[in-house]
Design a protein around this ligand. Structure first.
Ligand code: NIG
Ligand code: FE
Length: 383
């Protein structure tokens, strides 16, 4: 039993007031890795083993529904150039592709595992991991094979960019044919970087071909949409019933209406705008229209190299005018919705016992004390 919880966010409105279902002076009983009981500490059943949190706050573990963790090298110099005026256009992806292809499995695995450990140490208990820096049949398949060692949420992103020197039509045939076939056994999702204005990424027709081929192979859909311009990505995601349209930085009124009327979550990645010095997405416009919003890191060596969901939550509050409660919900339950998961992102009975402890009397400190490493995953003793 976990006891001494000063403030417990359950994200279950049946358990406490508001959408966060918050309890004070709470306890939570875990059995077989799941929440078996949750409520006021005074009403808690007896338990053999107790973990006393001495008044700290607990929230559902963060669900980081968008990350690119299989890569080698870094692009610190590209970041530095952006901070003195260079624009982000995805062109730097090619250098990560070269470094990734040259790396051994052991090197890629070590980096991947260290990033997942870094995330876990900061309260992230579910993470999605994309391929997309291999861009050959063998390199994409190995990226996903490695990703599947650390998470069931694996995403085939062979359609990240057209590799340097490749013929566009030929590469699209490869991605939708032999590469897809080699990657499907290791992937749950298919994704595409839909950005018609970029010479590197894919236009609406190309993205549709990637997504429909992925779906025919049994994968579920997510889309890198409307990051650099108000292109067709969001409309396509909604039309095809993708689980999530990610970035959503540049939206038309029709995009917002489509998201509001469909079942596609809008995943906002404010660490990208921070790290590319770009205008932030209009989260309030989406929330006012009734769109389900998720927050994720997009952790990758190019557009945003943070692993901290707490940092993204603080950015969402300060830079996108989300309330702290909206931002916490989006970083937990919103991420779960973006992954179509009902077992994570909340702490109702039956949920996975994925708990993040906040070393503060209130979860509000996540936004109130930006940059301070207050959140950590609670590692429970094995039964
Ligand atoms: O989500 N936009 C495309 N892909 C990544 C960035 C990849 C990179 O720059 O290495 C993103 O921002
Ligand atoms: Fe991304």
């Amino acid at each position: 039993m976990v006891t001494g919880i000063g403030e417990l966010v359950t994200n279950d409105p049946a358990l406490g007031p508001g959408p966060l279902g918050t309890l004070t002076d709470a306890a939570l009983v875990v059995a077989d890795g799941a929440v078996a009981w949750v409520g006021p500490a005074v009403a808690a059943p007896d338990a053999d083993r107790r973990v006393d949190l001495a008044g700290r706050a607990v929230v559902p573990g963060f669900v980081d529904s968008h990350a690119h963790l299989v890569f080698a090298g870094d692009r610190a110099a590209e970041f530095s150039a952006r901070m003195t005026g260079a624009r982000y256009d995805g062109g730097g992806i090619a250098s990560t592709v070269a470094a990734t292809r040259a790396a051994t499995d052991a090197q890629l695995r070590a980096r991947l595992r260290s990033l997942v450990a870094e995330m876990r140490a900061q309260g992230t208990t579910t993470v999605e991991v994309k391929s997309g820096y291999g861009l050959t049949v063998a390199d994409e398949a190995r990226s996903l094979r490695l990703a599947a060692e650390v998470t069931p949420e694996t995403t085939f992103l062979g359609a990240h960019v057209v590799p340097p020197g490749a013929d566009r039509a030929g590469y699209l045939a490869l991605v939708t044919g032999p590469m897809l076939a080699a990657c499907t056994p290791h992937a749950r999702w298919v994704d595409v970087f839909c950005e018609p204005g970029s010479p590197h990424a894919f236009d609406g027709d190309e993205a549709r071909a990637v997504l429909t081929a992925g779906r025919a192979a049994g994968l579920e859909l997510r889309v890198h949409a409307n990051q650099l311009t108000a292109g067709p990505g969001v409309r396509l995601a909604v039309e095809l019933g993708a689980a999530s349209a990610d970035h959503c930085t540049h939206l038309t009124a029709a995009d917002v209406d489509g998201l509001a009327g469909g079942r596609t979550v809008a995943t906002l990645l404010p660490g990208v705008e921070f790290s590319t010095r770009s205008p932030y997405p209009d989260a309030r416009r989406l929330l006012s229209a009734g769109v389900t919003v998720a927050l994720a890191t997009d952790c990758n060596p190019g557009s945003c190299y943070t692993s901290s969901m707490a940092f993204c939550l603080a950015l969402a509050v300060r830079e996108m005018a989300m309330t702290p409660a909206e931002a916490l919900w989006s970083a937990t339950a919103g991420g779960a919705a973006a992954l179509r998961r009902t077992d994570v992102g909340h702490l109702g009975v039956g949920a996975r016992a994925d708990l993040a402890v906040v070393d503060a009397p209130s979860w509000l400190h996540l936004a109130y004390r930006p940059g301070v490493p207050l959140a950590r995953t609670l590692e429970l003793p094995q039964a």
